[in-house]
Design a protein around this ligand. Sequence first.
Ligand code: ADP
Ligand code: MG
Ligand code: MG
Length: 251
Amino acid sequence: EPLLSVRDLTASADDKTILHGIDLAIDPGTCHVLMGPNGAGKSTLGHVLMGDPVYTVGSGTIEFAGEDVTDLSADKRSLAGMFLSFQAPVEIPGVPLYSFLRTICQKRPDLKMTARQFRKHVTALAEELEMDPAYLTRDLGVGFSGGEKKKVEMLQLLLLEPKLAILDETDSGLDVDALGVVSRGIAAYRERTGGALLVITHNTRILERLDVDETHVMVNGRIVANGDAALIPNIDANGFEQFEEAVAVAE
Ligand code: ADP
Ligand code: MG
Ligand code: MG
């Protein structure tokens, strides 16, 4: 039985329909990639899966771990084991990263730790990610470089150990260091938790070191192609224009 089942999902914002009947199934522990040109609706799908109230679900269902989560709050989805990394991580002046992470963990009964256990765990994860421990006491996101924000994202992922991690990668290119951080973080997450992944990107370099099971292509709010890892070099070579016919038929 799939971990995530999305059926005929339609979603809109500001009375504009962005997602038109999305079907997607992700089995436990598998790695899926969602690709597509700018403005296709990839980030919207990530946010709708996570329950972002900015978007209105018009039709369809989202089932996660055997439960219909279509109408659940983002908090409840997070408790159920869903995780979404943000393209632009929040900056919260006055809240140190350490306190932020502690607060998130305290909301999760399955991650109960004493203050001391938490400190040990977070410090070890920061060390593993080669993060300067000084960042833990700095205000969240404020003045963090792209690579440092990626480390924070991976730290959250390794701390929360979700059943499904949706990683929405920035469209602006990651530098080599940030790429390394993400690859190592993802590898550690998969190894340690056996969790599933939905990696949203149009940067194929990030995928080179990933063991991809399935690839999905989204154009104009529709999934127009599904395949295995071989679809990635194909898109690299031929772009998204090759799906134009499928898009025209769907529309
Ligand atoms: P992608 O991540 O594939 O680049 P997005 O999901 O960010 O695409 O956006 C898809 C389309 O939906 C774009 O036309 C974008 O302007 C529109 N859109 C996304 N979010 C909103 C929103 N909150 N309000 C209005 N339009 C939105
Ligand atoms: Mg599947
Ligand atoms: Mg996007």
